[in-house]
Design a protein around this ligand. Structure first.
Ligand code: HEC
Ligand SMILES: [Cu+2]
Length: 329
């Protein structure tokens, strides 16, 4: 009985010593960190779907209908923790900034999510919304700027197209390619693939580090001249999905062109997740969305027709030079 008591006592003493040696210093370190973190500056970012922004202005029940919340361009300091306080003014958003180590986090209206970010190196790092939340969703991107002293150095980097979702619809008489050009902006393809599909935006840790260029779609569809592309576009206009077209002498390599075209249509309809360049790295923030859920095949074909007929090289000056020549073909 007595022995057991002594053993228990010595175990207790060892335990206490352990607590003193390990737990106490840990707690001191933790509390030092806690005080550094509680002194961290706070940046509040609120997602506003209708305007396609994460704003650092205060959004309340009273001003949520304002039309001009600015998109936040927060500045952080290297090695200093900053507390991000994320909120939503309307629907569920997902906030992500992979290059700063911020994994996608869902932000529900009425619930605030706090996280600490301590940047390791200076630079400009994009943040994203990665839940398709509404018509202005693809505009919900911006940049953190990280500097040694936490002071703003750069002018605001260009954001996605301002208010692309408000682009006015062309009249039906303007034709299928004009409708496609309009949809390309109005639906937000332009925010990822760039003007005319000629300049994909950064997509960290995806295969090419960028969203693919699609202004060269004609060439990749084996339509090597503008005349071929125009002839093919006329076929598509008259025969949705080309279902009843087996041959078309006016389009060289027609079977190959048709197969390639339908493969692209199916990719756009069904979307595609970006694969990781480094399997251990973060998920690339931008995937090719599933468009079949939002647009009819007819509209998807209008967009492809636009991309295919905008000329072999999509440089704006080039297009202006070649465009009208083939208008009356
Ligand atoms: C959120 C960003 C985003 C938007 C918006 C977007 N795309 Fe994409 N798109 C991608 C990404 C990323 C890929 C590459 C996916 C992969 O890794 O295969 C892609 C791939 C494609 C491809 C295949 C390109 C190739 O080289 O294989 C086509 C065609 C395309 N998109 C067309 C469109 C069209 C048309 C729209 C608008 C209706 C659109 N995209 C909107 C991100 C986007
Ligand atoms: Cu969104």
């Amino acid at each position: 009985m007595k022995r057991i008591f002594i053993e228990a006592l010595s175990l207790g003493m060892i335990g206490t010593a352990l607590v003193a040696a390990v737990v106490v210093p840990l707690r001191v370190e933790a509390s030092r960190r806690a005080s550094r973190e509680s002194a961290a500056p706070v940046i509040e970012l609120t997602g506003v779907m209708a305007q396609g922004v994460w704003t650092d202005e205060r959004v309340t029940g009273g001003n949520v209908w304002r039309r001009d919340f600015r998109s936040a361009h927060p500045v952080l300091a290297v090695g200093k923790p900053t507390r991000l306080r994320l909120a939503s003014a309307d629907v569920v958003h997902t906030f992500s900034a992979p290059e700063l180590g911020i994994d996608p986090v869902e932000i529900y209206p009425g619930k605030i999510v706090e996280l600490l970010v301590t940047p390791k190196a200076p630079g400009v790092f994009q943040y994203y919304c990665t839940t398709v939340c509404g018509k202005a969703h693809f505009a919900m991107r911006g940049f953190f700027e990280v500097t040694e002293d936490g002071l703003l150095k750069q002018a605001r980097p260009p954001g996605p197209d301002a208010e692309y979702w408000l682009a006015p619809e062309p009249p039906a008489a303007a034709g299928i390619a004009a409708r496609g050009e309009w949809l390309f902006r109005q639906q937000g393809c332009v925010t990822c693939h760039g003007e005319r599909g000629s300049d994909g935006v950064r997509n960290p840790n995806s295969m090419n580090a960028k969203v693919p260029i699609i202004s060269d779609l004609a060439r990749r569809t084996f339509l090597f001249t503008s005349a071929d592309a125009e002839a093919f576009a006329r076929l598509v206009a008259d025969h949705p999905g080309l279902t009843d077209v087996a041959e078309a002498p006016q389009v060289p390599l027609f079977p190959v062109v048709k197969r390639q075209y339908l493969a692209t249509l199916s990719l756009v309809r069904g979307g595609r997740r970006s694969s990781r360049l480094d399997p251990a790295g973060p998920r690339p923030p931008l995937d090719m969305p599933v468009w079949g859920a939002r647009l009819t095949d007819r509209d998807l074909e209008a967009i492809l027709t636009y991309l295919l007929t905008q000329g072999p090289s999509a440089a704006p000056s080039n297009r202006r030079a070649t465009g009208p020549i083939h208008k009356g073909d």
